[in-house]
Design a protein around this ligand. Structure first.
Ligand SMILES: NC(=O)c1ccc[n+]([C@@H]2O[C@H](COP(=O)([O-])OP(=O)(O)OC[C@H]3O[C@@H](n4cnc5c(N)ncnc54)[C@H](OP(=O)(O)O)[C@@H]3O)[C@@H](O)[C@H]2O)c1
Length: 370
């Protein structure tokens, strides 16, 4: 088969993989296509839901007997281990596939080349690295989590054109349009957890729930950074599904307040000091990574955004910018903290996307780690 045709099929498989963006986590998003001996597409699949069938198995199921002697095109190396479902390599060998085209190897220690090896040992011809960059990009959160042990971090902010998160006095409802807020809620459906600082809990008393029903898993882990446990046990965030809430605090924080928060059903986790009397974000991220949080949406406020950016712990920014000016020396900025002393010291970004949404602008940027 011509290289151009294979590349085109792999790009189609990448599109299929994206169907899993709400439900696959903490598994990777994967897309697969099966071709018969003549090169006709006879099956397509995506991994839609963690615990559900893998993309390869869906595509092979569609293909049925037509898979024998055919080709499987798959964005990520097939799994070789018994996880929540049986190994895909077994299904591929049983279907009599003669050639497998893989986008990228699975960096997961349980796979990492073994899927490819098992197929080759089973007599299957394996070609690797087709549209590798696109396949990796489609799975970037999973790769980051597996490679670092920490979730992929996206900062989400709704700001005025003059960079304010709230008006003087702290009111922020609403800065952006309903369409932007809806897209912000869709981001929650795509992430395993959301995080805010205690400043936001006190100012906005948010629920931080999923509202759109796009993710088959209703449990969104909700995280509060609260060094001295200023979160009231009566806070709204603790009133809904408290078992999904984790409050990070400093070691030695007040035992009585800890018991009160734990009494609601939430988890309190004590971490070390970051050197400024606040929760150490590296420890927070490691804890979340260990608890299957592969992606984290940080929803403010300005102090928390600053800490993530200054520490080099955010990978992406998703900003909704409203055609509104609020001004105010005391009004919270999108990024607070002490600030940098010169533009050269600042955090460099690369714009990935800039578009209009209703009357707002949406800017998606990647943090350049130099
Ligand atoms: N427009 C938007 O998108 C948006 C989104 C969210 C919030 N907001 C607005 O933002 C305002 C709140 O922002 P804010 O900057 O005042 O507070 P914040 O960022 O929500 O919370 C900051 C607080 O979190 C605690 N914290 C614990 N560990 C931390 C760490 N490693 N780094 C930073 N903070 C840590 C600190 O308090 P302790 O030292 O007591 O722990 C800190 O003062 C509100 O007015 C809210 O309405 C707007």
């Amino acid at each position: 088969m011509r290289d151009a045709k294979l590349a085109e099929l792999m790009r189609r498989a990448v599109t299929l993989a994206a169907q899993g963006r709400y439900g696959a986590s903490p598994n990777p998003m994967v897309g697969a296509i099966v071709l018969d001996r003549e090169g006709n597409v006879v099956g397509e699949g995506a991994h839609l839901r963690c615990g559900g069938p893998h993309a390869e198995v869906i595509a092979l199921g569609q293909a049925g007997a037509a898979a024998a002697g055919g080709t499987l095109v798959v964005t990520l190396e097939p799994c070789v281990h018994q996880g929540r479902t049986p190994p895909c390599t077994e299904a591929i060998l049983a279907a009599g596939i003669s050639r497998v085209v893989v986008g990228v190897r699975d960096p997961n220690a349980q796979v990492d080349g073994r899927g490819v090896e098992t197929l080759r040992t089973g007599g299957v011809e394996v070609e690797e690295g087709v549209e590798a960059e696109a396949c990796r990009a489609a799975t970037h959160r999973f790769f980051h989590w597996i490679e670092t042990g920490s979730p992929f971090v996206t900062l989400k902010m709704a700001t005025t054109l003059d960079g304010k998160l709230a008006a003087r006095g702290g009111r922020s409802r609403w800065i952006t349009s309903e369409a932007s807020r809806r897209e912000g809620y869709a981001l929650r459906e795509e992430h395993d957890a959301v995080l805010v600082g205690v400043g936001t809990v006190i100012a906005d008393d948010p629920r931080l729930l999923r509202h759109l029903g796009l993710n088959p898993n209703p449990h969104l882990r909700r995280v509060v950074l609260d060094s001295h446990l200023r979160t009231a046990a009566a806070a709204t965030v603790l009133a809904h599904a408290p078992e999904d809430v984790v409050v990070f605090t400093l070691e030695g924080s007040e035992a009585q307040q800890r018991r009160e928060i734990e009494g609601t059903g939430a988890t309190v986790v004590q971490v070390g000091d970051d050197g400024h009397g606040r929760c150490d974000l590296r420890q927070v991220l490691r804890w979340l990574g260990k608890h299957e949080v592969s992606s984290l949406l940080v929803e403010g406020g300005g102090e928390v955004h600053w800490s993530f950016l200054k520490e080099g712990l955010a990978q992406r920014l998703h900003a909704f910018v409203a055609p509104l000016v609020l001004g105010g020396r005391e009004a919270v900025s999108a990024v607070g903290g002490d600030g940098f002393a010169s533009p050269q010291e600042g955090v460099r970004l690369e714009f990935l996307e800039v578009r209009r949404l209703a009357e707002d602008l949406v800017v998606v940027a990647e943090v350049r780690h130099v």
